[in-house]
Design a protein around this ligand. Structure first.
Ligand code: HEM
Length: 401
């Protein structure tokens, strides 16, 4: 079914998915729908494959012929690979990936999560209550920015005085609202984070704490080697990067969705709709990690197309999560939606290790908002971040009453 609002194949070929501007300028709903309907296994003019249907994206996530060790986002794959391959969870496959994943899953076990919940609840409640005076404020910087980073820093035992620098580097490393920020700026910021973490690992080797870094330093697998310093640094980096931005963007997009739909907020606020299904719908609606990337290790046939060994394949979660064959009325934000098997956290062997924490943060935010906020309204134009990987907004002016 092709509707009049869809783009033609030649128009689709004009769209540059490498360019962050595309994601700010375009109506993405129409772009993804056009691709799903007309060319679900699309060969982008820059030579990579674009998968947009839910079923194809899930199949590719599960397919061991599509590896992550060449990089798991389009920009690094196009640049020739990720320097952390084989050491950082997200860009490592096979037995090495299982070894790192066991260490991280162990370090992030439920007991650790429970210990994080109380300080997070207190911090969230305080921040939300401070903003209910009816004056306009920026939800993105004054609330959302302070939550996930605070939690991930608690998790890693990072001192309060160092957190502002880390947040700034993190923003530069992944997302930016400043068009024209170069890859060199991003690399510089990544370097700063890695240096900081390297010092932190040394400190924990000398003096154990009660945090995840200490757990990774002390990890002794039954079979196989303990983690090296390099592996710990890269995986702490992974926690920082993975733990901050995506959670932050979900919170911002969730509040924006409610500002634009007062009736949806009323239903959640009055308890007509549960918090758990609301969390899942915010995740589906936002899908902060718009794509993941893979490289074909072997020739593969997908949907009648021959994908050659070495080809880059992109899996567009943001399109799969709006696939009308899986989600009825996908363009409706429905906090009561069930089932809701979205792909916001990915799927398969690399499924997000922080999913439990991401969900907890959103749940605690919603509970705090339900307690204190009767109405939320937009007080200005939100500004989109500048990225072809991460979806969200860097500013969200609102009024809470
Ligand atoms: C993996 C999204 C929160 C750490 C992933 C992947 C996605 C994702 C899509 C799969 C990447 C791939 O297949 O290549 C999200 C979203 C979050 C979130 C939407 C919040 C709403 C977190 C948090 C942490 C975290 C809080 C840290 C505590 C990681 C790590 C991986 C990962 C380390 C790599 C897992 C592996 O390769 O085995 N995340 N994430 N994420 N995420 Fe998250």
């Amino acid at each position: 079914m092709i509707d009049a609002a869809e783009l033609s194949i030649s128009e689709l070929r004009e769209i540059d998915l490498l360019d962050p501007n595309t994601f700010v300028d375009y109506d993405l709903t129409s772009l993804w729908r056009s691709l799903r309907h007309q060319s679900p296994i699309f060969r982008h003019p820059h030579g990579f494959w674009v998968l947009t249907r839910y079923a194809d994206v899930v199949a590719a996530y599960k397919d061991p012929r599509f590896g992550s060790d060449g990089g798991n986002v389009l920009s690094t794959l196009m640049a020739g690979g990720d320097s952390a391959a084989g050491a950082m969870l997200a860009v490592t496959d096979g037995p090495r990936h299982r070894r790192l994943r066991t260490a991280l899953v162990d370090a992030l076990r439920p007991r650790t999560m429970n210990a994080l919940a109380e300080p997070l609840r207190a911090r969230t409640g305080e921040l939300v209550r401070a903003m209910t005076s009816g004056r306009p404020f920026d939800f993105a910087t004054e609330i959302a920015e302070r939550l996930p980073m605070g939690t991930i820093c608690d998790l890693m035992g990072i001192p309060a005085g160092d957190r502002a620098d880390l947040l700034e580097w993190n923003k530069q490393a992944l997302s930016s609202d400043i068009a024209g920020t170069t890859e060199a700026d991003a690399q510089l910021a990544r370097g700063e984070i890695l240096l900081y973490l390297s010092d932190l690992v040394q400190e924990r080797r000398e003096r154990a704490g009660t945090d995840v870094v200490t757990e990774l330093v002390a990890h002794r697998p039954e079979d196989g080697e303990p983690l090296s310093d390099e592996e710990i640094v890269y995986n702490c980096y992974s926690l920082l990067i993975g733990g901050d931005e995506s959670s932050r963007m979900s919170a911002v997009c969730g509040v924006l969705a409610f500002c634009e739909r007062p009736e949806a907020w009323r239903r959640v606020r009055d308890g007509e709709v549960g918090v758990d299904s609301t969390v899942e719908e915010i995740l589906r609606w936002t899908t902060p990690a718009m794509h993941v990337g893979r490289r074909a290790r072997a020739e593969a046939e997908v949907g009648g197309h021959r994908i050659a060994e070495g080809d880059i394949v992109t899996l567009w979660n943001s399109s799969a999560d709006r696939d009308e064959t899986v989600f009825p009325s996908p363009e409706t934000f429905d906090p009561a939606r069930r089932p809701n098997r979205h792909l916001a956290f990915g799927y398969g062997p690399h499924f997000c290790v922080g999913a439990q924490l991401g969900r907890l943060e959103l749940r605690i935010l919603l509970e705090a908002l339900r307690e204190s906020v009767t109405e939320m309204t937009l007080a200005g134009k939100p500004r989109r971040i500048y990225s072809n990987f991460l979806y969200g907004y860097s500013t969200l002016p609102v009024v809470f009453t």
